[in-house]
Design a protein around this ligand. Sequence first.
Ligand code: NBP
Length: 473
Amino acid sequence: KKAQIGVVGLAVMGKNLALNIESRGFTVGVFNRSRSKTDDMMKDHSEKKLVPSFTIEDFVSSLEKPRRILMMVKAGAPTDAVIDELIPLLDKGDVLIDGGNTNFHDTIARNKKLDASGINFIGMGVSGGELGALQGPSLMPGGQKDAYDLVAPILEQIAAKAKDGKPCVAYIGPNGAGHYVKMIHNGIEYGDEELIDESYNILRNVAGLSIDELADTFKEWNEGELDSYLVEITADILTRKDDLGDDKNLPIVDAILDRGANKGTGKWSSEDALAIGVPQSVITEAVYARYISMMKDERVAASKVLAGPSTKVDIDKNTIVEKVRQALFFGKIMSYAQGFEQLRIASEEYDWNLQFGELAQIWREGCIIRAQFLQSITDAFDKDPKLTNLLLDGYFKDIAAKYQESVRDVVALAVKAGVPVPSLSAAVTYYDSYRAEVLPANLLQAQRDYFGAHTYERRDRPGSFHYSWYEEQ
Ligand code: NBP
């Protein structure tokens, strides 16, 4: 019997997705460049409906037609190498899915190239890490709609399910739309993490909460409107002790070096925000926060020579915790408002017709940013599918109004204390910019017209004007 779908690339993600698909009753063909991964997988799962192949030719012929192939290999050149090996073996109508963390520009180019030979190409964002892949990830497939329909029955079964039973997968849009949405998901993830990390830093290093008090605080927060996977794991992390060093009572976070790494997807979302002209400051500050954290040696040296504030700030431990909670939620709202604004503008720019409510819906479970909060975003777009900015939805507008005082207090406190809050301050700045009827861009336009004759528009009449700056008045 032929396999109903094939998986190429059996590292942790490919293996777990293949096992997930098999567990839903499908026969899965499996192939990996180096034989050892396939052998290991078959040794551990010999009783399962897996069809191993050891050459790419055998793998392709092990699949029923039209063939459905899921690639889970390293993004970039390895993905191109696998595609180039597969193309001559595939037929018109086959569906090739790239589930790697691929840059959406690459997906647009590959979709176009393959479409010319009649082979469907789906770029699919996969979120949820290795456990998600095995038990139910959030899936963001983009490509030809007909091709999506051919794989939808499988994807719907392997995806995570939200509380209302809906699978966390939906057709995102043509060509690179799926990988774009995954990229924004990852950018939002950077923002969420940075906002949590800044909140932790203020509570620990300005308010002086102990590590146990902090763990309890995050645990409590996870029971309210901040209920989310990232807050949940943060609470757990803060309870854990070092397992390697001499002091087994040392909190593990104090054993871990403060250099924040990244694999580039947050950077991509900021790059595209710049490219298409969207203010995406909360996420971008989160990317910068990782970059400056990497400059550990420079920071250590600078810490010895650069002065901080000399005044001690006075705070009441009891009120600060709730203020930080509100500031964190406010920051999260600004970050998602920017992320969804970017999706809206990208949808026009790249002609994707994205369904924003559906995107929030498929992020409710399975992925790293899963949170109760995403239901409120789904509800907002259900009420008004054409909503220009999340902040204009009644629910979010009211929370922003209610919590703005706290975020102002917390950011002011952090600045006074000399503790960096790049994303929280970007959040309140975005709020104040977005709600500003007048910004000082009038002066900017005068400057541009002065030095470069770039012209300016007027408040009282249409048209563009140039002022005679170099004439005496
Ligand atoms: P890796 O990203 O570590 O990739 C390893 C796989 O790529 C192996 O199967 C390897 O085969 C194969 N490969 C390479 Br490298 N070069 C190849 C080539 N030239 N030809 C054929 N195969 C090649 O694995 P992963 O962590 O399982 O991730 C797979 C994809 O899923 C990546 O794009 C990743 O970004 C994405 N992703 C990962 C996560 C996560 O949480 N890890 C989440 C979501 C998405 P070999 O065994 O022969 O070396």
